[in-house]
Design a protein around this ligand. Structure first.
Ligand code: 3H9
Length: 707
């Protein structure tokens, strides 16, 4: 036990009320010492004759963030959550949980086992276990369903969302909400209950909300989400558990939940999602920054370009309560951009994800302009115009003249050289890349790209700013495509070359979708339109930077566009379309056969597993090169990039996690076999070879049993 149980939970008496204060940094999780402390202090309060009621509160304005995630997969230590809950639920003295900050997962389950809950008005409550590939395993599925009914329970537990204290009161999860001092309010509440006398309510014994449950609800929920949940276990088991709360006795329901929790805990998806939980937090940290370099305060942001990307970035900024000025070059473009922003907000109001008041507040922070001088007081300007180096350099030159000297200038470029853009200004130390993903108001990833001269303050500022606007920041180095698009190029290239070897576009799409990507590669290309990529390739061919005689160049995409097939919008691309409905098209197979014959590529059959393995192995090998070159700080940053920016399935943990789980030695075998067959595009990353030789993982830590 890394902390003394007696300090993890402190004991004070206020008159006739015992106050148990949980002080278990960083987030009061249910670690071994904390649970042991709770058991000791609850017994102390039970035995203390001067005490008539008990308040449980968290130190540092936070309640309990759930199970200690660091302990998953390790042998259990200390008392179980159930033992602690029993002490609260069956206490002869009334127990009040006083909730500030967060009561999440096992933290909320702890509170739901107590007879009473008082919350600060700013507190947030939720059962987010599903995000870790788990379900609430401390009675949460049973007690929440019995308190608030199965519809509410399914909504909260399947989404994992946090709700505010007022909503929690409306749903019956808390008894009182206060704006005043929480401890005082909780002590008063506890004293009133003690004076009024027991028995104290037990959520697990309630039947009023479950007796009339509609049994069709569960089947409807399962079938409506079956596709979305493919490859995962937790959401299905959550539905089973909520159903069990409606059909089984309290004890049976709790046993059922316990077994389902164990099943999720042992599933491979849990390890992947827990990996991502820590990876996401790690990604926000920058190694080697000068500790004196503090993030600058960003009070006003300029966004250049009111297209889909610029508009989405501006929405993210104002949604976070930060003033934003959106700049365009013509009134028409500005009007169109603002119209799109308003349209997006209308959709969120209709969907219920934002209230009218929230939208009004956000739009109140958004101004627009055609005049660069209006950016003079911005602390940060994000350029989001189309990918043309000349245009970007001109914009950065202008920004350098009109913005205040310490303003940070960021480019949303997805591949261009940040150093070349920075060189157009007299302040390269203040220039950096901030690569958002479309739609930028929705997608979580922000790939920040450090230039050679970006200062530590600039880096620290954009990492903190991205977090503040609700993004998951990752720091990348400056190379073509950075982390994300550099690997994407390999992903697309390998898939194209698999087609040449005998697979059809729909085979590759089926395999990728089966693995868990939300959409196949070729359907996605068709949806985005094939003509833009075609024009870019033609430009590169003319400029002599794309070698069409190289084995890596697959002409199929160009042949498809030259046949007038520009994707969904022209009714044909890799697929043929009726409206939005895609179907396989033999004409594409004919083109593919011609391409393969001209390149003399031997034909073979692929299983779905082979397609996935081939593509992911190529991605992981490129990821290793990215790590080796220092473009990514750590392997898990690549995973975060792929999950939050490119739809890589969360339950597989990201390409580097996938490779490590498979075994780096196995990955190297695949890479070497392909290298022998296809040549240099499969050259093994030196880092991969070194890690395998040393028996180490991506982070350089010894692999158990290796060596
Ligand atoms: C569960 O409860 C299962 C039960 O149903 C079953 C029981 C039988 N454990 O996010 P932050 C660390 S499953 C251990 O940057 P914020 C985190 O890694 C759990 N460590 O802060 C970071 O460490 P570091 C269900 C945890 O203020 C530091 O705390 N609960 C845990 O932005 C600060 O974290 C959840 O899923 C934990 N549970 O956000 C809640 N949580 O400094 C997960 C955090 O070394 N947690 N850490 O990088 C959160 O959502 C956020 O951390 C929270 C604070 C909102 C609490």
């Amino acid at each position: 036990m890394s902390q003394d149980p007696d300090t993890a939970v402190r004991y004070d008496v206020h008159g006739d009320v015992a106050v148990l204060t949980i002080d278990f940094p960083p987030v009061n999780a249910l670690g071994a010492a904390m649970k042991e402390g709770m058991v000791r202090r609850m017994r102390q309060a039970a035995e203390d004759d001067a005490v008539h009621a008990i308040v449980v509160i968290g130190d540092n304005d936070r309640f309990v963030a759930g199970a200690d995630i660091r302990e998953f997969g390790k042998p259990p230590r200390g008392p179980t959550l159930l033992e602690v809950q029993d002490l609260l639920e069956f206490s002869e003295k009334p127990v009040v949980c006083a909730i500030d900050g967060h009561a999440l997962g096992g933290g909320l389950e702890l509170a739901l086992a107590a007879p009473f809950r008082v919350a600060a008005s700013r507190a947030k409550l939720g059962l987010p276990e599903v995000n870790l590939g788990l379900l609430p395993g401390g009675g949460g599925t049973q007690r929440l369903t019995r308190i608030a009914g199965p519809e509410v329970a399914l909504d909260l537990i399947l989404s994992g969302k946090h709700i505010g204290a007022a909503k929690a009161k409306e749903l019956g999860l808390v008894d009182e909400v206060t704006d005043a001092d929480l401890l005082t309010a909780a002590i008063d509440f506890a004293r009133r209950k003690a004076d009024a006398g027991g028995p104290w309510p037990r959520a697990i014994e309630r039947t009023d909300k479950v007796a009339t449950a509609d049994s069709a609800l569960f089947e409807k929920t399962r079938s409506a989400n079956a596709k979305k949940w493919a490859g995962t276990i937790a959401p299905f088991r959550i539905v089973d558990c909520v159903e069990a709360a409606c059909t089984r006795s309290p004890q049976d329901g709790l046993e059922f939940e316990k077994a389902a929790f164990k099943e999720c805990l042992e599933a491979p998806s849990r390890a992947a999602q827990v990996h991502l939980f820590f990876a996401e937090r790690q990604a926000a940290k920058v190694e080697g920054l000068d500790p004196a370099a503090k993030p600058r305060d960003i009070a006003k942001v300029g966004v250049i370009g009111a297209g889909t990307m610029g508009g989405g970035i501006a929405m993210s900024v104002v949604n976070a309560g930060i003033a934003c000025v959106l700049l365009e070059v013509t009134q028409d473009a500005l009007d169109a951009g603002l119209e799109k922003v308003r349209g997006n907000y209308d959709i969120s109001i209709k969907r219920g994800s934002r209230s009218q008041a929230q939208v009004d507040a956000a739009l109140g922070l958004l101004t627009s302009t055609l005049d660069y001088d209006d950016l003079a007081d911005c602390d940060l300007v994000i350029e989001a115009v189309f990918e043309n180096m000349g245009v970007k350099k001109e914009i950065f030159g202008t920004l350098d003249r009109v913005t205040k000297p310490d303003a940070i200038l960021a480019s949303n470029t997805s591949a261009l050289d940040i150093d070349e853009i920075a060189a157009a200004t007299g302040r390269p130390e203040n220039v950096i890349g901030m690569h958002f993903f479309s739609p930028a108001n929705v997608m979580k990833l922000c790939e920040n790209v450090r230039g050679t001269k970006s200062s530590d303050t600039t880096i620290a500022t954009v990492m903190a700013f991205a977090k503040r606007i609700g993004k998951v920041p990752v720091l990348a180095g400056n190379c073509e495509g950075f982390i994300g698009n550099r690997i994407l190029k390999i992903y697309g290239q390998e898939a194209d070359l698999i087609l040449e070897q005998g697979a059809a576009p729909w085979d590759v799409d089926r395999a990728l979708k089966g693995f868990g990507f939300p959409m196949g590669l070729y359907l996605m290309r068709d949806m985005s339109g094939l003509d833009v990529g075609y024009r870019m390739r033609q430009g590169r061919i003319e400029a002599g930077t794309l070698d069409t005689s190289s084995p890596e160049y697959s002409p199929l995409a160009d042949r498809i566009v030259e046949a007038g097939r520009h994707g969904q919008k022209t009714g044909a691309g890799y697929y043929k379309y009726e409206g939005r409905d895609a179907s396989p098209d033999p004409a594409v197979l004919d083109m593919l056969r011609d391409v393969a014959a001209a390149k003399q590529v031997p034909q073979r059959r692929f299983t779905d597993e082979e397609i996935v393995e081939q593509i992911l192995a190529a991605m992981a090998n490129e990821g290793a090169k990215i790590l080796e070159e220092g473009i990514a700080q750590r392997a898990s940053d690549i995973d975060v990039t792929y999950v939050y920016g490119y739809g890589f399935p969360k339950h597989e943990g990201g390409p580097m996690f996938w490779a490590q789980r498979k075994g780096l030695d196995k990955l190297l075998e695949i890479v070497r076999a392909n290298h022998a067959k296809f040549g240099d595009r499969w050259k093994p990353a030196a880092l991969l070879e070194a890690r395998v030789a040393d028996g180490k993982d991506w982070d350089g830590k010894p692999i158990a049993g290796a060596g």
